[in-house]
Write a protein that binds this ligand. Sequence first.
Ligand code: NAI
Length: 237
Amino acid sequence: MNKVCAIFGGSRGIGKAVAQLLAQKGYHLAIIARNLDAAKATASQLGAGHLALSCDVAKEQDVQDTFEEIEKNLGHVNCLVNAAGINRDGLLLRTKTEDMISQLNINLLGSMLTCKAGIKSMIQHQGGAIVNIGSIVGHKGNSGQSVYSASKEGLVGFSRSLAKEVGRKKIRINVIAPGFIRTDMTSGLKEDQLKTMIPLGRFGEPHEVAQAVLFLLESPYITGHVLVLDGGVQLLI
Ligand code: NAI
């Protein structure tokens, strides 16, 4: 079967590492990010046969147009990876409502919209697989990340429910909950101080998350699962 995968947030960080691995495995990819030039730059590094698109996951029309464009150019989507996300860390009392809304809109509503559009295509074409990127912070909570945590744990409840809803249609939905992964999102953090909280003693690498995404995309009997990928952080907190 032709493997067509839409990767939201595919221009950099975890999404880019997923794109690099899936391209090696013969998937046809749509690299989707807010910034078209960034998506194009990543797609061009992957070789021929991949598509770059710009989309704001929080906008339903953008998401629908994106899926139409992918179908037109690559065929129907049978894999979806939701790696688009933002954080606006801060104590709740200092968090502006607009920053609450943008985290919920991008991290949670955005994945709901892409899943809705994705499963529509998958139902018509004999199933598919979805991996949503959550966070260990959703499970455990973290001071200064209450809204971000809510968006990520909301994604777990959403994914488990959807897995029950569409399992009979041969569509699987799983979540990966990473700990500290070395990307732009964590570039402001001090690894030297934080590594004492990590039993494996280091931040994870984006390609290590990508391996887990590939595993879940290609494991036909796993659905509704949350795979924690955190170097052991959850053992200590
Ligand atoms: P990153 O900041 O390097 O990349 C984020 C990606 O999301 C970019 O491609 C960006 O274009 C895209 N994006 C942001 N807002 C968007 C929007 N409105 N519409 C479309 N695309 C949008 O982040 P990173 O570290 O690669 O994170 C990927 C996912 O993993 C995020 O959901 C993040 O919350 C999650 N995560 C990251 C961890 C880390 O330690 N880096 C830990 C746990 C979870």
